[in-house]
Design a binder for this molecule. Structure first.
Ligand code: KG4
Ligand code: ZN
Length: 371
């Protein structure tokens, strides 16, 4: 099995994945939402210290799960890019130490590719948790079969750091089609929540206020915000203008904010942000390169957004694409997706010598080829 480590932002997570059939055997994650909440965003220094403290704690639990027998681990996988360099380094240090101690290879994983591979996680933790049995009958198809079934695949990646459209035509053939010129979709939710004093992470909070508003005032239009890049026909995203429009609207509100105003801002913002994404995906679906895509996926932390999911589902039906989504618990950052992604690299023997593995001070945005 492969032990995978994720520490690219504010989640400390470890997982064990079976090499033979790529199923998830063990997964543990400690989030730092509470610690960063008062700041309205992730404070890298605090995140780094918390990883340093928590990664060893959860490694201890994983060791107990394995009855202290680490010889079953054949490689260590770790997220090395993109992300916060001061938090990535914590995961990489632990990975290198484990590789040295156990004399096994290191697999460096791209976090965004990990999000894509969250689509292919087969969760077997329930069946292995009680019995501690790692050799079970494999009824699942192996990973490459699972991946190939969904190819060629179009992808919307919406996380805290990135908003991208990608295509995947092979297990390791991923191309970047479009990305944000400035802020990301998830980040703009975080900022809106911060302006409204609602805490961090903003995505789920803003979504729930928006939902409540739409339920309580079904006949009232929410605050109206401009849809970004409305008259621009390029495949690109932008959220900073919308973010500022929301900030100005909030500054004009009477204080303290009434629940109705809070809901109206959140619903109006979410509507414009999603409308922007939808218009760009429609544009993408109309391009030549999207014609033969049979499947379409939404991945990344913000792919948990129900409104976005529903709207994209309608678009997929219109264009005849099969929508695929990761299980909700694996949309946000986790080591399980890093583990399943690492299986593909393990099979190609894509290992990194320990002395070559490092964190770039300015995290590379992507490993994907640009088209
Ligand atoms: O992928 P992720 O867990 O971390 C990064 O790689 O950045 O994504 C986290 C981002 C945060 O910005 C969070 O606010 C956003 O995903 N998010 C959401 C929702 N749930 C999480 N955004 C909109 N709606 C949601 N329901
Ligand atoms: Zn992420």
């Amino acid at each position: 099995m492969i032990l995978s480590i994720e520490s690219s932002c504010d989640d400390s997570s470890l997982a064990l994945t079976c090499i033979e059939n790529a199923s998830l055997l063990y997964h543990i994650k400690l989030s730092q939402d509470e610690e960063h909440s008062t700041y309205g965003g992730v404070v890298p220094e605090i995140a780094s210290r918390l990883h340093a403290q928590r990664l060893p704690e959860i490694l201890k639990k994983l060791k107990t799960f394995l009855n202290d027998d680490l010889s079953v681990i054949k490689a260590i996988a770790v997220t090395t890019r993109p992300g916060l360099s001061v938090t990535l380094i914590e995961g990489l240090m632990m990975a290198k130490t484990l590789c040295l101690g156990l004399q096994i290879p290191l697999i460096c994983v791209n976090h965004l590719k990990g999000h894509i591979y969250s689509l292919f996680i087969t969760d077997n933790t329930e069946s292995t948790f009680a019995g501690h049995s790692y050799t079970f009958e494999s009824t699942q198809k192996n990973l490459s079969l699972r991946v190939n079934q969904c190819l060629p695949l179009g992808i919307l990646l919406v996380s805290g750091g990135h908003t991208q459209i990608l295509t995947m035509r092979g297990a390791n053939d991923i191309s970047l089609i479009a990305q944000s010129l400035d802020d990301s979709f998830g980040e703009s939710f975080d900022k809106v929540a911060k302006y409204l004093g609602l805490g961090y992470p903003g995505g789920p909070i803003v979504e729930s206020y928006a939902k409540e508003f739409m339920q309580n005032y079904p006949h009232t239009a929410p605050h109206s915000f401009p849809v970004p890049l409305l008259h621009n026909h390029q495949l690109q995203f932008s959220f900073s203008g919308l973010k500022n429009a929301v900030r100005l609207a909030i500054e004009a509100l009477p204080q303290p904010f009434s629940p109705k105003d809070l809901g109206s801002i959140c619903a109006g913002f979410q509507k414009s942000a999603c409308e922007h994404i939808l218009r760009k995906i429609r544009l993408f679906f109309q391009t030549q390169q999207a014609q033969n895509l049979t499947h379409f996926a939404i991945v990344g932390g913000a792919s948990a957004n129900t409104y976005l999911r529903q709207e994209i589902e309608k678009l997929c039906i219109e264009f005849g694409k099969t929508l695929i989504l990761a299980p909700l618990q694996f949309c946000s950052d986790n080591a399980a997706m890093i583990g399943v992604c690492a299986i593909e690299q393990y099979q190609r023997e894509d290992f990194t010598p320990l002395h070559e593995a490092q964190i770039s001070p300015k995290s590379l945005s992507t490993d994907f080829c640009e088209k």
